[in-house]
Design a protein around this ligand. Structure first.
Ligand code: SF4
Ligand code: SF4
Length: 157
C-alpha cells in the first residue's frame, strides 16, 4: 500500500455518512477527495446546450504520474482560475464535476463508491478501479486550446 498524500485518519467515524457537507470540519472536507484527478482535466462546454465534454488535456500543474497537483498548497498563485471547492460552491459546480467525484456524490445524496480510499484505507484503489486520470493526460502547454476538442474522452467511471 502506498502512502496516502491526503490525510484520511481524521474526523469522526464515517463522517461522510452521518453529517451534512456544511457541517464537516476542514480536515474531513479535505479527506473526502478520492484523488482521482479528473477535476484537473480541461472541459469544453457547449454554449447552446450546456453540455460538458471532458478532455485528456490536463491543467499545467497536474502531475500525470502521481495524479496530483504539483503545487496544491500554492496552486492559486499559478492557476488563479482553479476552483476551491466548498459546500456553497457545489451549488454552481456540481454539474461539471466528474460523475464519481465524492463531493458531487454526497451533494446529490448518493453514497461513495466502494473503491474510495476512505472505505478501503488505500489510496491506490481509486487507480486500480480505473476511474482516475493517472497515466491518461497530456499537459495543456503541449496542446493549443483550439485543438482540445481532438482530445475529448469519455470519463473513466
Ligand atoms: S474530481 Fe473530486 S474526488 Fe476527484 S480529485 Fe477532484 S475533487 Fe477530488
Ligand atoms: S491548479 Fe492544481 S488542483 Fe487546480 S486544476 Fe490545476 S492541477 Fe488541479
Amino acid at each position: 500500500m502506498s502512502d496516502d498524500p491526503i490525510r484520511r485518519q481524521v474526523g469522526r467515524p464515517r463522517f461522510w455518512e452521518r453529517f451534512a457537507l456544511e457541517d464537516l470540519s476542514s480536515a474531513e472536507w479535505e479527506a473526502l477527495c478520492d484523488g482521482c484527478g479528473k477535476c484537473c482535466l480541461n472541459k469544453l462546454e457547449d454554449e447552446d446546450t450546456g453540455e460538458i465534454a471532458l478532455t485528456r488535456v490536463a491543467c499545467r500543474l497536474f502531475d500525470d504520474g502521481s495524479c496530483r497537483c504539483a503545487q496544491y498548497e500554492i496552486r492559486k498563485q499559478f492557476v488563479p482560475e482553479c476552483v476551491v471547492l466548498t459546500p456553497e460552491k457545489l451549488r454552481e459546480t456540481a454539474y461539471w464535476l466528474p460523475q464519481t467525484c465524492a463531493y458531487r456524490l454526497l451533494y446529490e445524496g448518493r453514497p461513495l463508491y466502494p473503491w474510495h480510499p476512505l472505505l478501503t484505507g488505500d489510496p491506490e484503489t481509486v487507480h486500480e478501479a480505473g476511474v482516475s486520470a493517472r497515466d491518461l493526460t497530456v499537459p495543456e502547454f503541449e496542446v493549443d486550446e483550439e485543438d482540445w476538442e481532438d482530445h475529448i474522452i469519455e470519463e473513466p467511471t
